[in-house]
Design a protein around this ligand. Structure first.
Ligand SMILES: Cc1cc2nc3c(=O)[nH]c(=O)nc-3n(C[C@H](O)[C@H](O)[C@H](O)COP(=O)(O)OP(=O)(O)OC[C@H]3O[C@@H](n4cnc5c(N)ncnc54)[C@H](O)[C@@H]3O)c2cc1C
Length: 283
């Protein structure tokens, strides 16, 4: 029979983590991924469940002068309804609102969505586009990692043994910033993304592009950026951007695969069109 540990504070959780052999424990937050995997796809022989759901430090949302700090245990329901998130980081409110259905959002945490490390995670593109940082806690203290360095390979993350995700930091965007988020699935709701895209575009007063950051889901083994597209757009003027060049750059940036949800060809086509739409329709 597995043991269930439910620490009440971060210090207690970190102490327990440090004492447990890495291969024997399983962290659980909302359980919406890990319980499904345990029941259906890949059951593991778990000796100890480390349940993070009673740790108040993981459930706080703080707005600072620099941006927002979201505890890893904040649920997607809380995020989609949070007035500051809706006002300053609307793409996150939007992605939280399309992650599964309301009962899932009531349990699912933002930290769980990232640490589960699905290439199709709906909130991942948004955090990539917003240039988020992750606050990771472990036996040696706390470190801050750019989110774009978190996903190392298919379902592999930069979390070391005995570490956990403590919070997500997103900066305020400068004036002139526009955002665009779109999840393309089989249905409008309750479908895993064929392509998910989030864009942060920062224009100068004359439609010159200062920053163009795109986060993508479901087009590679991990959630990813579009560095070649960004390089082409940044410093360019909107009127000089060519759709054919966007296509070329998207093809250099991503090599999607065929799977049960879609084809590589469809994903390339849709991604190119959505990048084009994002730079023109972001608001
Ligand atoms: C019916 C259904 C529909 C869904 N639809 C979608 C969808 O449309 N889009 C989508 O993106 N996802 C979807 N999901 C997946 C899921 O709901 C999300 O990924 C969710 O955000 C995971 O959060 P959680 O708190 O439940 O994570 P858990 O299941 O508790 O954990 C997931 C993983 O993250 C690790 N983990 C959790 N918290 C931490 C932490 N703080 N530090 C370190 N590791 C941690 C766990 O060890 C585990 O490996 C769906 C799931 C279900 C069951």
């Amino acid at each position: 029979m597995a043991e269930w540990l439910r620490p009440r504070h971060m210090n207690e959780a970190l102490q327990l983590l440090a004492e447990l052999p890495a291969e024997r424990y399983q962290i659980i937050s909302g359980g919406t991924d890990v319980m499904v995997a345990q029941q259906l796809s890949a059951p593991r022989d778990i000796a100890v469940w480390l349940d993070l759901s009673a740790i108040p430090e993981l459930k706080t949302v703080e707005v600072t002068t620099e941006g927002i700090r979201i505890g890893a245990g904040v649920t997607l329901s809380e995020l989609r309804r949070h007035p500051e998130v809706q006002k300053h980081w609307p793409m996150l409110a939007a992605s939280a609102a399309v992650t599964g259905a309301a009962p899932i959002q009531n349990r699912a945490t933002l930290g769980g969505n990232l640490c589960n490390a699905s290439p199709a995670a709906d909130n991942a593109p948004v955090l990539l586009a917003y240039a988020a940082h992750l606050e990771i806690a472990g036996p040696n203290g706390t470190r801050l990692l750019p989110y774009e360095q978190f996903h190392l390979g298919y379902r592999q993350t930069a979390l070391a043994a005995h570490e956990l995700l403590q919070a997500i930091h997103i900066p305020f965007l400068p004036a002139g910033s526009r955002a665009y988020y779109r999840k393309v699935g089989t249905r409008a709701a309750q479908a895993i993304a064929k392509v998910g895209i989030a864009a942060w575009i920062h224009f100068d007063a004359g439609q010159g592009i200062i920053v163009a950051r795109f986060g993508l889901a479901s087009v590679a083994a991990t959630p990813c950026l579009l560095p070649m597209v960004s390089h082409y757009l940044e410093g360019n003027h909107l009127k000089d951007v060519r759709e054919s060049t966007i296509r070329e750059k998207v093809s250099s940036d991503i090599k999607p695969v065929d799977d049960i949800r879609s084809t590589a060809e469809y994903r390339l086509e849709v991604t190119s069109r959505l990048v084009w739409e994002a730079i023109h329709d972001a608001h």
